[in-house]
Design a protein around this ligand. Structure first.
Ligand SMILES: Cc1cc2nc3c(=O)[nH]c(=O)nc-3n(C[C@H](O)[C@H](O)[C@H](O)COP(=O)(O)OP(=O)(O)OC[C@H]3O[C@@H](n4cnc5c(N)ncnc54)[C@H](O)[C@@H]3O)c2cc1C
Length: 269
């Protein structure tokens, strides 16, 4: 019999916006805090959660409980239900009972609906209420891996930075980070001294996100020994990296964590 008890049920946390800051042309950082922070299990790395935010024209947000929230959501009229998007916990601020998220802001053509996540990040005000439902983390280096490869576009930048902050020199990392422009490159990051960081600014609004990172990894010199890979971002980036590693680098399937964070041309839930 396991000595550990059942995992505590995750709860829908009610948090309020404390601070919002444009940290670069395509990134907004938001601090979300409140008493419910105490119910959040702090795993770190790429820990992410569903953020419940107001829909268009909604002054007040109505939050479901964590139980069967998806069913609740589908039963609500669109005008009444919040919008739900997934974001990484970029930083825990236990002293302030708060977390930071960093949202990559992007535009849609004027004939398409405004993206709720990016729009919220650009307009949220201190005091606005949101819901947060923890989804845990997926970063789990394979035992025995001597190195790691981290690859992502702007949607995965918060996760990769959070991962690097928790890593030690013992697991040297090759990191490929694609961002929209030169001005979105972070001049100072906290990372082990053994990490080799490659910033890949697109500087071309017409280029599909993920293109540069996929190309860079295909052309990169990767270590021979066992290494762990974590890749996330636009769906074809994550699946493309995985396919490349399996097919051309003979990487074992079990050494790769890949996650499609969004799909080009398709809105999230
Ligand atoms: C586990 C996980 C963690 C994530 N963490 C973060 C995070 O920390 N920060 C973050 O910014 N995103 C993160 N994402 C991705 C984010 O949830 C999606 O990008 C989401 O679709 C954005 O919602 P939206 O309302 O702005 O756009 P949507 O309404 O979902 O999409 C509208 C249009 O914009 C396009 N689009 C969506 N996202 C982007 C983008 N990033 N760049 C360019 N075009 C886009 C869509 O293809 C669609 O055409 C994460 C996703 C997952 C699954």
């Amino acid at each position: 019999m396991s000595s550990q008890g059942p995992r505590p049920r995750r709860r829908m946390l009610t948090l309020t916006v404390r601070h919002r800051e444009r940290i670069s042309p395509h990134f907004v950082s938001l601090t979300l805090g409140g008493d419910d922070f105490r119910h959040l299990e702090q795993a770190g790395y790429d820990q992410a959660g569903r953020l419940f935010i107001p829909g268009p024209g909604q002054e007040e947000i109505v939050l479901p409980s964590s139980e069967k929230w998806m069913l609740w959501y589908t039963l609500q009229a669109s005008a009444k239900r919040p919008r739900v998007r997934t974001y990484t916990i970029r930083r825990f601020r236990p002293d302030a009972s708060a977390i930071d998220v960093e949202v990559a802001v992007h535009r849609e053509a004027s004939d398409r609906p405004a993206p709720p996540g990016a729009t919220w990040a650009l307009t949220a005000k201190p005091g606005d209420k949101v819901g947060f439902l923890d989804e845990g983390h997926h970063y789990r280096p394979t035992p025995g891996a001597g190195r790691q490869l981290l690859v992502g576009d702007e949607s995965a930048l918060p996760a990769i930075l959070a991962i690097l902050e928790r890593c030690t020199d013992a697991l040297p990392a090759q990191v490929f980070l694609e961002v929209p422009t030169d001005q979105d490159v972070r001049p100072e990051i906290i990372a082990p001294t053994t990490a080799e960081i490659h910033w890949l600014p697109r500087n071309d609004p017409a280029m599909k996100p993920g293109t540069l990172a996929l190309r860079a990894v295909r052309e990169a010199h990767l270590p021979d020994g066992p290494f762990y890979t974590w890749t996330a971002g636009e769906s074809s980036l994550a699946t493309g990296i995985r396919r490349h590693l399996l097919g051309e680098r003979s990487t074992p399937r079990s050494d790769i964590t890949f996650r499609g964070y969004w799909k080009h041309g398709r809105a999230g839930l």
